[in-house]
Every structure is written in C-alpha cells, then in structure tokens.
Design a protein around this ligand. Structure first.
Ligand SMILES: Cc1cc2nc3c(=O)[nH]c(=O)nc-3n(C[C@H](O)[C@H](O)[C@H](O)COP(=O)(O)OP(=O)(O)OC[C@H]3O[C@@H](n4cnc5c(N)ncnc54)[C@H](O)[C@@H]3O)c2cc1C
Ligand code: FES
Length: 276
C-alpha cells in the first residue's frame, strides 16, 4: 500500500519533543511517515479522544519521517493538546487540502499572523531548499508572543530565509500590525508575490494591498472542520469547502468569497458574523 493511500487512517504517534513557543502556543514533534510527505500549507486532523477532532497545520515536514504541529490554546480541544508532553501520544490523519505554489517566483514575502506561522514556516523551508530566499514576517502583539522564532532563526542562520518579527507594541522587530508592516515592505522592496496565513481581517487587508501593488497572492483560510475531506459541509464558505478546495486559495478564488472577513458557519452550521 502506498503511503498516500494510508492518509485517511487515524494513526497514533509518540511525541518526541514538546516545546513552548509562547505562554499559549506549544509545538509537538513526532514521527509520522505520511505527514512527513505533506506539501507546505496542508493540514492534519488531530483527534483528542473523548473531546474532538480538529484541523492543525503541519508545522514541520521532515527531515526523514519527522512532523510537528504548533497549537495555540483557544478552547477545550486545543488546551487539551497543550497538556501533551514528550512520551504522550497524538492521533492524526491526513495530510489534507491544497498547498502553496511558488513555481517561477523569485522574491516572495510570507506574512504570518501569530500561529499562522505554523502554515508558512514549512513553505519558507521549501522555498529555501529550492534556492529562493523568502522573507518571513511573523506578527504578534509583543515579542514574547511571536511563535516559531527559534526555528525561523535557525533557518535564517543557514541562509535560507530573511526573518522579520513585527510587534504591535514595538517590543521587538518592526512596530505595527503585520498587515501594516507588510504594506511598508511591499512598497519599499521588490517582492514579486505574497503568501499569508493568520486572522481573517489581516488576510482581507493583505488582499487589498497585494491587488494594489499588483503582486500574486495566496492565503490559507480557517473554518470549523469536522470531516476534513469534503463530505460534511461544515467548512463551507460561499460554496467552497475550505478542507478540500483549500485551505490555500489563490487571489482569483479569494476575490469571489463574499463571506470572507464577514461571516462563518458556527458549530451547528449556522451562518454567523465572523467575530461571533
Ligand atoms: C486548515 C486549518 C489549519 C489550522 N492550523 C492551526 C494551527 O496550526 N495551530 C492552531 O493553533 N490552530 C490551527 N487552526 C485552528 C484550530 O483548528 C482551532 O483553533 C481549533 O479547532 C479550536 O478548537 P477548540 O476546541 O480548542 O476551540 P473551540 O472552543 O472549538 O473554539 C474556540 C474558538 O475558535 C473558533 N474555531 C473553532 N474551530 C475553528 C477552526 N477550525 N478554524 C478557525 N476557528 C475555529 C470557534 O468559533 C471559537 O471562536 C487551524 C484551522 C484550520 C481550518
Ligand atoms: S470539514 Fe467536512 S466538508 Fe470540509
């Protein structure tokens, strides 16, 4: 059986490394030969027995059969994952969804809002391996809340990345919202593309900036997911299934989404304002 044929199986993996990125974000590293074949931007469904099964970006893809997830505690399931340590098990299936594409690009700008860096760091690594030097902007409220700094700094030290932390309170890196800093960088630099993952208002702001500056844009979206494979409809936005048609969408598809930045489906499938 090919590895990819097993991606729908729920598999247990022993956590080999658990590292706090910030006081509310933790990375769990484990071995899974199937997730370690994921493409940047794809996600896993992570099962928390007795509680829920939730989507998580695959925040590290290889080397070998290593993979990781990077979890921000926002509710019951994510807080349960924060309680997991080395030696415990995680249950995963996947990888699922679309991935970022960077063929033909030379100078990409990657913009992460907080834990959105989990989706973009593997992209930066893949770009570096392909000989590009992407710029990765990671925004957070303060420097202590910027996730994945250690891994991003290691990639920067190996010459495969330019890292730009951005903080709203100016406690480190560039001062301002990630979208404001990205706008200044796009105006001043010669970037030929922009990639984004993070809060939806940030993505909407960046879409407008990318359109004005005339650079191609891809973004990863988040919606409540139950099946993860295009069957249940819980992740729909304007007729598209984020789990299967996304999570990574190009500008053409994003522009057609009337609910983007405005409405989402809640747990019961009701269309509610995004901040409800
Ligand atoms: C493709 C994809 C990749 C993701 N990658 C990561 C990641 O790498 N790290 C990470 O920390 N989180 C990630 N998320 C978000 C994560 O899945 C949710 O935060 C999680 O499901 C919340 O579960 P909970 O039980 O802890 O919180 P809940 O109590 O269920 O919800 C807390 C709040 O989060 C909202 N929410 C619930 N589920 C989602 C969801 N799937 N997407 C967006 N908002 C949601 C709820 O409406 C509520 O406002 C990703 C989501 C998607 C769709
Ligand atoms: S999560 Fe079921 S269709 Fe997307």
């Amino acid at each position: 059986m090919r590895m990819s044929d097993r991606r729908g199986e729920r598999r247990a993996a022993r956590v080999e490394g658990a590292e706090w990125e910030t006081p509310s974000i933790k990375s769990l590293r484990f071995r899974d030969p199937i997730l370690s074949e994921a493409l940047p931007g794809q996600f896993a469904m992570v099962w928390i027995p007795g509680l829920d099964e939730i989507p998580m970006s695959i925040s590290e893809i290889g080397p070998g059969d290593l993979a990781s997830i990077t979890v921000k505690g926002v509710g019951e399931a994510t807080r349960a994952l924060l309680g997991i340590g080395a030696g415990d098990r995680v249950w995963v299936r996947g990888p699922y969804g679309t991935h970022y594409r960077f063929e033909g690009l030379e100078k990409p700008l990657l913009v992460a809002g907080g834990v959105g860096a989990a989706s973009l760091l593997p992209l930066a690594k893949a770009m570096g391996a392909a000989g590009l030097i992407p710029t990765l902007l990671i925004g957070a409220k303060s420097i202590g809340e910027v996730p994945l700094l250690r891994r991003a700094r290691a990639l920067e030290a190996s010459g495969g990345l330019k890292l730009v932390p951005a903080t709203e309170d100016g406690s480190g890196g560039e001062r301002g919202l990630a979208s404001e800093v990205a706008e200044r960088m796009l105006e001043a630099g010669d970037y030929d593309s922009m990639f984004a993952c993070g809060p939806e208002p940030m993505i909407v702001a960046l879409m407008g900036i990318a359109e004005r500056e005339g650079v191609p844009f891809q973004a990863s979206l988040e919606r409540i997911m139950k099946c993860g494979v295009g069957v249940c409809g819980s992740c729909c936005i304007d007729g598209l299934r984020v789990c299967r048609d996304g999570p990574v969408f190009e500008m053409g598809a994003l522009k057609g989404l009337e609910d983007l930045g405005r409405f989402k489906l809640d747990e019961s499938g009701r269309r509610v304002p995004l901040d409800a």
